[in-house]
Ligand binder design. Structure first.
Ligand code: FE
Length: 339
């Protein structure tokens, strides 16, 4: 009996001397804009007992907020969409390099920051969609979009959009800035309308007849097929064909969702545990089944909605190469007059 009391006493003292930073919680700054992510977070809490306090918002606002909070920032993990934004956060010193054998062994090297400040956890292919009735000879490469054959046919997002910047940066890495400036100038000449809207709006442009060819991430189309869309019927969707571009050379361009540990994370260990969880088969599966994305970890199965798009060759350019060419990409887009 006395021994039991002693144990209880020790437990109480230990709990009292734990600094606040070691409470089992995690402050997650996230700009992933998918309401289906809820289960991703609740499963983590169930598995680890670590509570997630979620601060959600626009990525640029979250970056500005972390920057303004400085050393006092409560942020533990920054989770966002696209290499462009992760590189921007890392460039501002808002993310810290971490060592994790789990992340190193599960996430391919090309899907990690070269300084281990951020990691990709899911991928999406940015591919070409076209009107099956009107386009008998769809573009098979990104380069084909520059062909005069497609004059007045292309709908695509604005130059301020990170997906546009990301693919342009990858093209610069592959082809060089001069060649891509020529390409972008010709693509602008083929626009069906001024760049506008999100990815789904590009697909809607095909359905409405305003566009013949559009660029979109795969998950928007897979999701519309799976769940329906407010403005596109299943018949509209069936009338849209797709091409995974550049299958004979570089492969289809991929963009990513990813995250890293905040520079001043008060719950650093929990933050690493969370990132390792995101690389687990359970979470990787969820990116595919919950949001129609491709897992970053090789060998994880695809949700039926994603598998239905077909097998393809992805571009495996290193994300560090993309990050290093974002400034050049912005210059290219400006020089091309891409709105
Ligand atoms: Fe998106």
């Amino acid at each position: 009996m006395p021994r039991m009391i002693a144990v209880l006493l020790c437990t109480t003292i230990a709990a009292n001397v734990l600094p606040a930073a070691q409470a089992q919680e995690l402050n997650l700054y996230s700009s992933r804009h998918y309401d289906t992510d809820e289960r991703l977070y609740s499963d983590f809490t169930e598995l680890t007992g670590i509570t997630i306090n979620r601060i959600e918002g626009n990525a640029d606002e979250l970056i500005a907020r972390m920057d303004a909070e400085g050393e006092n920032s409560p942020a533990d993990v920054f989770l966002t969409v696209d290499t462009v934004r992760l590189a921007r956060a890392a460039g501002l010193g808002l993310l810290q390099p971490i060592r994790s054998d789990v992340l190193e062994s599960s996430i391919p090297a090309y899907l990690q920051d070269d300084k281990n400040r951020w990691f990709a956890f899911s991928q999406r292919a940015r591919i070409l969609f076209y009107d099956r009735d009107d386009v008998k000879n769809p573009p098979m490469t990104y380069q084909d979009l520059a062909s005069t054959e497609y004059a007045g046919m292309i709908c695509i997002r604005s130059s301020t959009n990170v997906y546009t910047q990301n693919i342009t940066a990858a093209l610069v890495a592959h082809l060089g800035q001069d060649a891509v400036t020529d390409w972008a100038t010709a693509v602008v000449g083929n626009f069906a309308r001024d760049p506008q809207g999100g990815d789904t709006d590009q697909l809607r442009g095909i359905a409405s007849g305003e566009c013949d060819i559009a660029m979109s991430n795969t998950y928007y189309y897979a999701r519309a097929l799976r769940k329906g869309d407010s403005t596109m019927t299943q018949e509209d969707l069936a009338g849209i064909g797709w091409v995974f571009p550049n299958q004979n050379d570089t492969g289809a361009h991929m963009n990513i969702s990813g995250g890293g540990v905040a520079a001043h994370a008060p719950n650093r260990e929990n933050a690493i545990t969370f990132l390792e969880y995101l690389a687990s088969p359970q979470a990787q599966n969820y990116f595919s089944s919950g949001n129609d994305e491709y897992p970053a970890v090789p060998g994880v199965g695809l949700a039926p909605s994603v598998a239905a798009l077909g097998i393809f060759r992805p571009d495996t350019i290193s994300l560090a190469d993309i990050a290093n060419n974002v400034d050049a990409a912005v210059d290219v887009l400006n020089a091309a007059g891409w709105e």
